[in-house]
Ligand binder design. Structure first.
Ligand SMILES: *Cc1c(COP(=O)(O)O)cnc(C)c1O
Length: 357
């Protein structure tokens, strides 16, 4: 290896270098001639774009057939404005700015609207016409006051944006104060950095997070091409710091709405010790309609996986409903008939079993 490439490798592994060299508009891709100027400005109107060199390096084919390309490069379909701004009515469940409260014992706390990479299927696209900003400490204090005053809460789910892009000092300010609230038993962080910017999951960050256990981290792998030595390494650093890593995928048309791809994804996650937790049906999000599958696509995938791969690999398929509706699991039907004396069951090979009650 000559000196220049050695230096390049060092930079590539540096999270700051990744941030500074992220693409922030489509000009950097103009040589690909994906769109003309009119289309580019239409696509980026009220939209956000950011792409880390790392995540870009996972694109194998620069067109719509590539699962990574589809998740990070805007498509003209985004300008088709059917669909909802806020499909889960999170605004309606907002208790104080930044706190979404729709379940009895847990809330979501939003610490930023920024991400390292803006997923084209994001269901908080409504934030994209605001300027990029992190929650100030005084706004954090208002959120903490609400959490402190609501003693039925036992869990806080820190989200955004991506909460791991904010400064470690600001994140620790929030974690530290949460930790002092006696009724908060568990903290959860939702972050896609292990997938989009894995070098930002440093040992230093993991050491800081370790102080606030029990702390769980949910990330979002959607395709086996995202499981790399780098992303596996980021998950491993979290696991070694005592932070269990789980995965929430979104079922995305042309990306992972396929049994074979899903099997490779879920078994791949088991190998890197990331526990599949949910697969979400893609909501009716304004600008993300081209990612939606039919509802039974997900049920059929789960049905074909159950029994054929280990139960540890199998997440719960859910639709998320507006407001206090919450997440509703959608399961294949294994009960064929039920009466007072017996139940008729179908197993994973479609064999029928009668079970006396
Ligand atoms: C998803 C979500 C949760 C967490 O739900 P779990 O089923 O516990 O993962 C909590 N609050 C809100 C507002 C949510 O959207």
């Amino acid at each position: 290896m000559n000196k220049i490439s050695e230096k390049n490798v060092t930079s590539f592994n540096d999270p700051l270098w990744q941030f500074q060299n992220s693409l922030k508009n489509l000009n950097g891709l103009s040589s690909l001639k994906l769109y003309n100027d009119d289309e580019t400005s239409k696509i980026l109107e009220n939209s956000r774009f950011s792409l880390t060199p790392y995540y870009m390096s996972l694109i194998k084919k620069w067109d719509k057939t590539d699962p990574v390309f589809q998740q990070c490069i805007p498509q003209l379909e985004e300008t088709e404005f059917s669909g909802l701004n806020d499909p889960l009515d999170e605004e309606g469940s907002t208790a104080v700015p930044g706190i979404i409260h729709r379940y009895p014992d847990r809330v979501v706390a939003l610490l930023t609207n920024r991400c390292a990479m803006y997923c084209r299927h994001c269901n908080r696209r409504r934030f994209w016409n605001r300027s990029e900003a992190d929650t100030s400490r005084s706004d954090m204090d208002i959120m903490l006051k609400y959490i402190n005053e609501n003693s039925q809460l036992r869990e806080v789910i820190i989200s955004g944006g991506d909460p791991l892009v904010i400064s470690a000092d600001n994140l620790e300010y929030f974690l530290n104060r949460l930790n002092k609230i006696s009724h908060i038993e568990v903290i959860r962080i939702g972050s896609r950095l292990p997938v989009t910017l894995p070098m930002a999951i440093t040992n230093e960050l993991c050491k800081m997070l370790n102080k606030y256990r029990p702390l769980w981290l949910n990330t979002q792998f959607n395709h086996p091409n995202e499981i790399t030595p780098e992303s596996a390494g980021a998950c491993d650093r979290l696991l070694m710091a005592g932070i269990p890593v789980s995965n929430q995928s979104v079922l995305l048309k042309g990306i992972n709405d396929d049994v074979y791809i899903m099997k490779m994804l879920l078994t791949g996650l088991e190998k890197i010790m990331v526990r599949p937790y949910y697969i979400f049906h893609c909501e009716d999000i304004k600008g993300a309609g081209h990612f939606r599958t039919k509802l039974d696509t997900g049920i059929k995938i789960i049905e074909k996986l159950r029994g054929n791969i280990g139960g540890l690999c199998i997440p719960t398929y859910c639709i998320d409903t507006p407001g206090s509706g919450g997440k509703i699991p959608l399961n294949p039907d294994y009960i064929l008939a039920l009466d007072q004396n017996k139940i008729l069951l179908k197993n994973y090979c479609n064999k029928i079993f009668e079970y006396k009650l």
